[in-house]
Structure formats: structure tokens, C-alpha cells
Design a protein around this ligand. Sequence first.
Ligand code: HEC
Length: 139
Amino acid sequence: MRSLRVMLVPALVTGMMWTVPPERTVPPSGVTSLQGLPAGVTPDMVREGKRLFGGAGLCYSCHGPDGKGLPELGSNLTDGQWQHSDGSYKGIVGTIEKGVSAERSSTGIPMPPRAGADLSDDQVRAVSAYTWTLSHSGS
Ligand code: HEC
């Protein structure tokens, strides 16, 4: 009994040390390193942007949860083809800030400025960073 306790205590202590995960630097997208991200973009922004894309930012409701687009709603954001900017991180920020008017939309369906989701400037930058990664996996 006594020897069991002696063994368990150090096992518990080491167990606790190992349950603290190391700082994650790899974003949950195809981007594998900070070097591949545009200037000013951090993996944390990409993570926050992913959360917004599938939640409060409402992007998923028109572009699909995977960003591949939904018929007659939002276009595919993963194919590297851009109709409303040059597809750079800054270009994407501009599209999300201004939205897309019905006249400029290829389907006649508009995208409201900031997706109609009342996003802050930081949230626009984060969701733009994530959107950028959708067509830049592994770069
Ligand atoms: C109400 C539907 C709707 C919502 C919500 C929406 N979009 Fe869009 N989005 C569109 C439409 C429509 C277009 C224009 C597509 C076209 O011209 O075919 C568009 C275009 C875009 C473009 C430009 C694509 C290009 O080819 O240049 C980006 C980037 C984009 N959306 C990102 C987002 C992000 C990020 C969100 C969430 C913050 C979002 N959208 C929310 C409907 C939506």
C-alpha cells in the first residue's frame, strides 16, 4: 500500500506537467507556418477568423461552412479566382468592408458590408486572414 502511494505521487505530478499543451503555432487551416502568412497576419487572427467565418460573421450562410460557395448565394472562396479584388489579404479586407453590390455580383445577389454582421475592424481583419488561407493552403 505504502509503495503504491510513493509511486503514484510522482506519476501524478509528471502527469499534470504533461497535460499542459505546448503553445500551438500552426493555424487550423492549410497554412503551416507564420512565414507563409501575409504581413500583419498572425496564426491567432486566422484562428479567430475561422471561428467568425462559421459563426457570428455569417459567412458560412452564403459561402458554405467550407467556403466552397453555395448555389445562387456566395461564391467559392477556395479556388483562387477573384472577381471583386486581386485576392490579396488587403483586397479581401476591402471586399468585406464594402460588401458587393447587386450590380457587381455575378448572381445579382448582394453581399452586405461587413456581411451585415456588425463586425469590428479587428474582426474584419481576422475573418479576412482566414479567408485568405482558404486559397493558400501550404504556401
Ligand atoms: C448574404 C450572403 C453573404 C454573406 C453573409 C457573406 N457573403 Fe461574401 N459574397 C456574397 C456574394 C453574393 C458575393 C459576390 C459573388 C459573386 O459575384 O458571384 C460575395 C463575395 C465575397 C468575396 C469576394 C470574392 C471574389 O471573387 O472576389 C469575399 C472575399 C467574400 N464574399 C467573403 C465573405 C466573408 C469573409 C463573409 C463573412 C464575414 C461573407 N463573405 C459573408 C454573399 C455573402
